[in-house]
Design a binder for this molecule. Sequence first.
Ligand code: PGA
Length: 314
Amino acid sequence: MAGAFPLQNATLHQLKVFEAVARHSSFTRAAEELFLTQPTVSMQVKQLSKTVGLPLFEQVGKKLFLTSAGKELYATCQDVFDRLSQFDIAIADLKGLKQGTLRIAVITTAKYVIPRILGPFCQRYPGIDISLTVTNHQYILDSLAANRDDLYIISQLPDDSEAQTHSFMENPLVVLAPRSHPLAQEKNIPLERIAEEPFIMREPGSGTRKTVQKLFDAHGLTMKVKLDLSSNEAIKQAIAGGMGISILSKHTLALEGLNNQLAVLDVEGFPIERQWYVVYPGGKQLSAIAQAFFDYLLNEGKQVAEQTAFQGLI
Ligand code: PGA
């Protein structure tokens, strides 16, 4: 029978590796995600391509593209993994809340709170495993559309009107500057004055950036973006290093507070009041575990976050 259906000789592991490379369009990022070395990833894809009998990727310049065979296989993988995860859900549901995996994807600011909220939940259901992805707003929207996780946490509602969205906690944005900044002592600073300062901004695709950009656009102001950084922590370091000011969620101060290095500026219209929302695609059948976490987050999440917060910053 060998050779009749070439994919019969492929392993699930190879398909998983291939799917990650295709999704990221990158061998390096797939290797990072799967905790494998890049040569291992390349080797698995090479073997898979041999089994299929056609190349799966092509490199044009620096970019990696799927070939036609690769596209077919990618769509097949999505079907296969979808079916397998439905099977996992069915089995976990049969076992009740005793075991299974809860997959959550959250925007970068939620990482300051969600792990603490998860603590007591995991004590309540000790048999379950958690997969927590921390990433930016755009990536969450992509994951939501691709139905990759059980629940998603974002601060701006998706355009998809079918999605189920529930707010569970405040996520305000504040203006941060070095403590020694001349504006640190001023009150009710106009936004126009802030626009004169060099800015450190989150990367395109970030929800924080989108909100700030919207505010400046609404006032007909242009930001002087001096530096793009994809990490809130790196932005705080750059502010402390005197590279400029920034606008970040107040929760990014949760770990160390303002300490001696950063000041929250008193700017007109700030803090920008926003919420965190827990979201899942309309029509999605939540697993028993996902449903339990969803209920816990809405009923107890805020309270647990406040109880476990450092220095009463939340
Ligand atoms: P971001 O989202 O990581 O995409 O900037 C964070 C937020 O909106 O709080």
